[in-house]
Design a protein around this ligand. Sequence first.
Ligand code: ADP
Ligand code: ASP
Ligand code: MG
Length: 409
Amino acid sequence: MAFYVQKYGGTSVGSTERIKNVARRVARFHNQGHQVIVVVSAMSGETNRLIALAHEVQENPDPRELDVMVSTGEQVSIALLAMALKELNVKARSYTGAQVRLLTDSAFTKARILDIEADKIRADLDNGHVVIVAGFQGVDERGNITTLGRGGSDTTGVALAAALKADECQIYTDVDGIYTTDPRVVPEARRLTSITFEEMLEMASLGSKVLQIRSVEFAGKYRVKLRVLSSFEEQGEGTLITFEEDGNMEQPVISGIAFNRDEAKITVLGVPDHPGIAYQILGPVADANIDVDMIIQNVSHEDLTDFSFTVHRNDFKKTMNIIREKIQPHIGARDVIGGDRIAKVSVVGVGMRSHAGIASKMFRVLAEEGINIQMIATSEIKVSVVVDEKYMELAVRVLHKAFDLEQAL
Ligand code: ADP
Ligand code: ASP
Ligand code: MG
């Protein structure tokens, strides 16, 4: 007998028919004698619909009220799944985040999990129930409903698996595992049988939204066995996220390619090049709670330099205003330009540590396609470039081919 946390995403519970399918799968595990906690997302499209509704009423919806509203999507799913299980004569009980008492901080729309009360869930499991928990939501210490950020049901699943010490957290979704890159963009992408936590963290943070980054962080921290599988296929092992030291296989140099269109680039032109200038530009941006990702400062000519950085697209206008109004006049920069038609493409792999020349190969492949690189960032296990958005898919496809990711290992 094993103890599983199974999380089913939006598409997997996208209709009542699909919810009945999920119920059949869960019932099968239950009837085999396994203990199961199920975490579900809102039905596909529902969270977007609710957010759009809020925007019809308030240009910038109040975050507390937004969380009260968007959390209803998951509440519908848990109730429907409990009903579907009861139809199959399986004892089931659904709980919202607040009912579990999944305690979070009060950062509405991006709250962090602080604690999970396990007693009630454990008692239900011991009494032969399937326990169904609403993903994506929690409650702060004053009883306010909070949500965990888009894709947050993954994190609910992993956090429950950690808190209750499940044998495995299974993320059921609309693909049958983690692929070398998004199979919707590169049909030749290949499913990986395993990927290391470090690589998955990079892939998630660089744009592969198949797992919310916090869920991967949580799994790494609490050493939760995490697997991604298809909710539509009966068989298949999916992809296991592994710890590097467990691996005995030869690591490929590159495991995957991630990409995103979530960033915007801002360049401050003709900046006097003296100590403290980076702080003068980025200090006020940080004070406004805006995260900066990539940064480039050029060599100076006649003591003037250009300074570029990227921020999330949602923060683009706000950042431009801060730089134009507060910083440009203050430091005497010549001009400020920016645009959000950029994309970041990254190659990721722990094997890079022991292989030179990955970055130069990436640059050569892009050059051969006439794709101009606007910015570069590297770490031990990734190389990222910013390119014009219109070349993003081409860049991903040619890199996927050049790094032999289509070949079975
Ligand atoms: P869910 O609703 O189940 O949470 P998501 O849409 O959040 O599902 O995540 C699954 C999607 O992630 C897939 O449909 C796929 O298009 C996308 N995706 C992006 N990168 C990858 C990757 N490297 N491997 C697999 N899927 C990926
Ligand atoms: N329903 C939420 C979202 O769409 C959470 C999730 O699906 O994980 O972001
Ligand atoms: Mg998701």
